[in-house]
Design a protein around this ligand. Structure first.
Ligand code: HEM
Length: 253
């Protein structure tokens, strides 16, 4: 671990800052003195240092059984980060962006003609966080959209493109608010598993409703064209959504 850190020209303090732990914890890890480290710390260390978590675990004195169970937790955490936190956060962000820049969307939502739930569903049609899923293999020969696909072919699932298909895309806002036949949650065996879509919807709806309720005068603090998208082939989300609003005063009890 020390040589990986040194090859990146990081001091213990710099590494600690990036991982979100204390410098003393880095020193303890490097000395192999930590016996029960948290899985999340290893996941972040592994990402910053660019070395597989299993090697880190072995190097820091965690026994094989401990390493196996930590590695298991870690991969679960990674699934939650990639498959749950990112799409849900970006679903909320993309909805708020549309609310701040698209007058029709905002009027319908803030004027109460559409519920937050319908607005969120519309975003899954026209600005879904889940754009492409890369790396799926056909299990048998088949034909799709007039194209021959052979068993073992590598496929890229264009979920956003499928949503834009004029044959399935709902014509009007009213329809896109209630029609849930989009592909944003994937489909079939590897689609977003029940009850995750419902859970994500509760989280996203609560975020939008509470925001509209608490800070109704929220405005974009930069020009819409200055908003920056994260460079990603698979996920659509902003780096940041700077806004301006009037702070509410806390009610005294
Ligand atoms: C609480 C929030 C969420 C949780 C816990 C969650 C969980 C998961 C899990 C565990 C999988 C992997 C299923 C498998 O490989 O068998 C998955 C897949 C997927 N999720 Fe979610 N998810 C959440 C939110 C979302 C949101 C908001 C979207 C999109 C708007 C989304 C879209 C997808 C898609 C498209 C897949 C399929 C990926 C593939 O084909 O491998 N998920 N989700």
């Amino acid at each position: 671990m020390r040589s990986a850190r040194e090859s990146l020209h990081l001091t213990q303090a710099e590494l600690a800052r990036r991982v979100g732990i204390s410098r003393a914890a880095v020193a303890e890890l490097e000395a192999g003195r930590i016996q029960q480290p948290r899985a999340a710390v290893f996941a972040r260390l592994s990402a910053v240092l660019g070395i597989p978590a299993a090697i880190l675990l072995a190097a820091t004195g965690v026994g094989e059984a401990g390493a196996a169970s930590l590695a298991g937790i870690e991969s679960d955490e990674l699934v939650v980060m990639a498959a749950a936190q990112q799409p849900t956060a970006n679903w909320i962000g993309n909805t708020l962006r549309l609310m701040l820049i698209d007058d029709q969307f905002s009027l319908t939502l803030q004027g109460g003609r559409s519920s937050a739930s319908q607005a969120l569903n519309e975003v899954l049609w026209k600005d879904t966080p889940t754009q492409n899923f890369i790396g799926r293999y056909a299990v048998q020969d088949c034909e799709l959209g007039g194209r021959r696909i052979r068993q073992g072919d590598l496929l890229v699932l264009g979920l956003a493109a499928a949503n834009a298909d004029p044959q399935v895309h709902p014509g009007s806002f009213a329809d896109s608010g209630i029609n849930r036949a989009h592909m944003s949650f994937g489909h079939g065996e590897h689609g977003c598993p029940f009850p995750a879509p419902e859970l994500a919807e509760v989280i996203a709806r609560t975020a939008v409703e509470v925001l509209l309720d608490r800070i109704p005068d929220v405005q974009l603090a930069v020009a819409p064209d200055d908003l920056q998208w994260r460079p990603s082939l698979w996920m659509r989300g902003l780096f940041a959504l700077p806004v301006r609003f009037t702070p509410v005063t806390r009610l005294s009890r």
